[in-house]
Design a binder for this molecule. Structure first.
Ligand code: NAD
Length: 334
C-alpha cells in the first residue's frame, strides 16, 4: 500500500525502512506534522502513518477521506489526537501500536524519580564544574516510601513491579484493577486517598475528557507536602500552571515530566537557536527540583523496532482484509 508517513524523524525512517526491507509497502516520508495545512500531502495515499503531535481532528479526517485515505496507522499507543467519532463517520479505520515496550516508559518514569530524588541532574553539572560539594544534593531512600500509581494498565503495572523491587509501599487508582498488581500487594484506593497518602505520585492513564487536568489545583492540595509528581503519559493530565504555583510554595517537592500540555510546539525539534516563547514552560525550567525530558520515555531500540514492526503488521493485516487486532474505535475508549 502507499503510505504517507508524517512527522518523520531520521530514526523513524531507519526503523520503518528496516521493517519494510522487502518493500512490500511504498513508504513516503514527510517531515511536517499532519494538520489542516499539510493534509493535502496525503492525497492519493491509502494509508497515513502518524505520531503523537499529528492533529487528526474532524476537518483533517474529512480531508483525508476525500483524498482516498482508508487507514490511519498510529505509530504510538495513545490516540487522544484522533477524533475517533469523525473517523468512524468518514469510514476511516484507525489502528495503533498498543504495547511496543511498556518497559521503556515505565523505566523512564522510575529514572525521573531517581534523578529528582538523588539530584543527578544537578550533580552532573556540579562535578563538571569541579564542584564536589554535597550540600543541596541530599535525597531519600526509596525503600519504605509510598508510591501511588494512577492507572495500572500495561505501563503502570510495570512501574508498580519495579517500585516493589525498591521496597516501596504501593497504592493504585484505576477503575479496572489489575490482578497482577493485586498479586504484588498493591492496594487499590480512591484517587483522593492515593494523593493524600503517597510520597510519589506517577501518572499512567490515557488522556481523555475525564482525565484532562486530573492533577489540578484541588488535586495538588490533597497531596502530601513536598510530594513528588511524575507524568510520562500525556501533558494535559497536569494543569501546569497549578503545578508551578505548588512548586513555588513547596507543596510540590519534585516534578518529573516527559510530557507537557503544549509540547506540540516544542518537542522533537532542535530549537536551541531560538528564543523560548512559552513562558509557562520557561518558568518550569527555572526550578532546581523539576526535570523535564522531551517525550523520550518510549525511545529505546526495542520500542522503536516494535513500533515499526507492529505498524507494518497493522498495514499488512488491513491490506489483506484480515481482522485488525490493534484497531481503535469509539467503543474501545474506556
Ligand atoms: P493502558 O491502556 O494499558 O492503561 C491505561 C490504564 O488507565 C488502564 O488500566 C485504564 O483502566 C486506566 N484508566 C483509564 N481511565 C482512567 C481514569 N479516569 N482514572 C484512572 N485510571 C484510568 O495504557 P498504557 O500502555 O499503560 O499507557 C498509558 C499511557 O501512557 C498512554 O495512554 C499514553 O498516553 C502514555 N504513553 C506515553 C509514552 C511516552 O513516551 N511518554 C509512551 C507510551 C504511552
Amino acid at each position: 500500500m502507499r503510505v504517507a508517513v508524517f512527522s518523520t524523524q531520521p530514526y523513524d525512517r531507519r526503523f520503518l525502512d528496516a521493517a519494510n526491507a522487502d518493500n512490500r509497502h511504498e513508504l513516503v516520508y514527510f517531515e511536517p506534522h499532519l494538520c489542516a495545512g499539510t493534509a493535502r500531502l496525503a492525497e492519493g495515499f491509502e494509508v497515513v502513518c502518524v505520531f503523537v503531535h499529528d492533529a487528526l481532528d474532524a476537518g483533517v479526517i474529512t480531508q483525508l477521506a476525500a483524498h482516498g485515505t482508508k487507514l490511519v496507522a498510529l505509530r504510538c499507543a495513545g490516540f487522544n489526537n484522533v477524533d475517533l467519532a469523525a473517523a468512524e463517520k468518514a469510514g476511516l479505520t484507525v489502528v495503533r501500536v498498543p504495547a511496543y515496550s511498556p518497559y521503556a516508559v515505565a523505566e523512564h518514569a522510575v529514572g525521573l524519580m531517581l534523578a529528582l530524588n538523588r539530584k543527578i541532574h544537578r550533580a552532573y553539572h556540579r562535578v563538571r564544574e569541579s564542584n564536589f560539594a554535597l550540600e543541596g544534593l541530599i535525597g531519600f531512600d526509596m525503600r519504605g516510601k509510598t508510591a501511588g500509581v494512577v492507572g495500572t494498565g500495561k505501563i503502570g503495572a510495570i512501574v508498580a513491579e519495579i517500585l516493589k523491587g525498591f521496597g516501596c509501599t504501593l497504592l493504585a487508582y484505576d477503575p479496572y484493577p489489575s490482578d497482577a498488581c493485586k498479586a504484588l500487594g498493591v492496594e487499590y484506593v480512591t484517587l483522593a486517598d492515593l494523593l493524600a497518602r503517597s510520597d510519589i505520585v506517577t501518572l499512567h492513564v490515557p488522556l481523555t475528557p475525564q482525565t484532562k487536568y486530573l492533577i489540578n489545583e484541588s488535586a495538588i492540595a490533597r497531596m502530601r507536602p513536598g510530594a513528588m509528581l511524575i507524568n510520562t503519559s500525556r501533558g494535559a493530565l497536569v494543569d501546569t500552571r497549578a503545578a508551578i504555583e505548588a512548586l513555588k510554595t513547596g507543596k510540590l517537592g519534585y516534578l518529573g515530566l516527559d510530557v507537557y500540555e503544549e509540547e506540540g510546539d516544542l518537542f522533537f525539534r532542535d530549537l536551541s537557536d531560538e528564543v523560548l516563547k512559552d513562558d509557562v514552560f520557561a518558568r518550569l525550567l527555572t526550578f532546581p527540583n523539576v526535570v523535564v525530558t522531551a517525550h523520550q520515555a518510549f525511545f529505546t531500540r526495542n520500542a522503536m523496532q516494535n513500533i515499526a514492526e507492529t505498524t507494518l503488521g497493522n498495514i499488512d493485516a488491513f491490506a489483506a482484509g484480515k481482522p485488525l487486532a490493534n484497531r481503535v474505535g469509539t467503543n474501545l475508549v474506556k
